[in-house]
Design a protein around this ligand. Structure first.
Ligand SMILES: [Fe+2]
Length: 265
């Protein structure tokens, strides 16, 4: 079956790398669009939601589906056949809108956020039982990084997505967030390669000011048919604006609606 080996690796190690998750014809256009998007944000022309370093420089750029960004290719890419093939293999055919953002290097100083798991508002220093319950919840989303230029910035601890942290990892997650962790692995992505990975892995991004990083991160979610509306993630509030839906490809709009109806804002 398609993707069986990758699924096994994902379950065991928490990630896998492939060459065929982007249409080669789209790659160049995505790179050009990402360069333009970075320029627009750095110049201050566009700022829907931007993560900035202490110096105020962007290291993660959101708002890629917004008309103000005026780069429709990002939404087209999310709907593209290669992405849908992998997404359906993991999540099935009933989807709701995920997201996309660009990870990029600041120019003034190296930047890194330090070790973490993508737990959002969930417990970050839980007991064994609490943490294992979170780590073993059924998968409801799929996310990935597509490198538009070579990218070695993402470091992970393979296999850490299913197990309780060690004492040293706890120190790295909560205190000394830039220390090395035995077994850490810098994911080696050549331009055009995609890593699918789970944010339950212990991970960090390590960006160098003089090494260009232009990596497109994307995600899809499983449709929550009986989901209860909740407060919108502040990083996604720009997606509530009236002009976003009409800027999306037609076939994406119903998937946007499934997300929209779950937002209280
Ligand atoms: Fe993260």
């Amino acid at each position: 079956m398609f993707c069986d080996t990758e699924k096994r690796q994902y379950r065991k190690q928490g990630f896998f790398i492939v060459d065929d998750a982007v249409d080669p014809d789209m790659l160049k256009s995505l790179l050009e669009a990402a360069i333009r998007a970075k320029k627009k944000v750095r110049s201050g022309d566009v700022d829907l939601y931007t993560h900035r370093s202490e110096d105020g420089e962007p290291w993660a750029i959101r708002g890629l589906f917004a008309p103000e960004m005026n780069e429709p290719i990002f939404a087209e890419y999310l709907m593209s056949d290669p992405i849908m093939k992998y997404t359906r293999a993991f999540l099935g055919t009933q989807l709701q809108l995920g997201g996309a953002l660009i990870f990029t290097n600041p120019y003034q100083a190296d930047y890194g956020f330090g070790w973490h798991r993508d737990f959002g508002s969930k417990e970050r220093d839980g007991s064994y039982q609490v943490e294992m319950e979170i780590l073993h919840r059924p998968q409801r989303g799929l996310r990935w990084h597509l490198a538009l230029v070579d990218d070695y910035c993402l470091q992970i601890v393979p296999g850490s997505h299913k197990r309780y942290r060690t004492a040293h990892e706890r120190r790295c997650l909560l205190e000394e967030r830039h220390d090395n962790i035995p077994g850490q692995y810098a994911v080696p992505l050549k331009a055009g390669q995609t890593v699918f990975w789970t944010g339950n892995l212990i991970h960090r991004g390590v960006m160098k000011k003089d090494v260009e990083r232009l990596t497109l991160s994307g995600s899809w979610s499983m449709y929550s048919k009986n989901g209860k509306p909740g407060e919108t993630d502040p990083r996604l509030k720009w997606m509530l604006a009236d002009n976003v839906r009409g800027f999306l490809p037609k076939e994406m709009r119903p998937l946007y609606d499934r997300w929209r109806v779950l937002q209280e804002g």
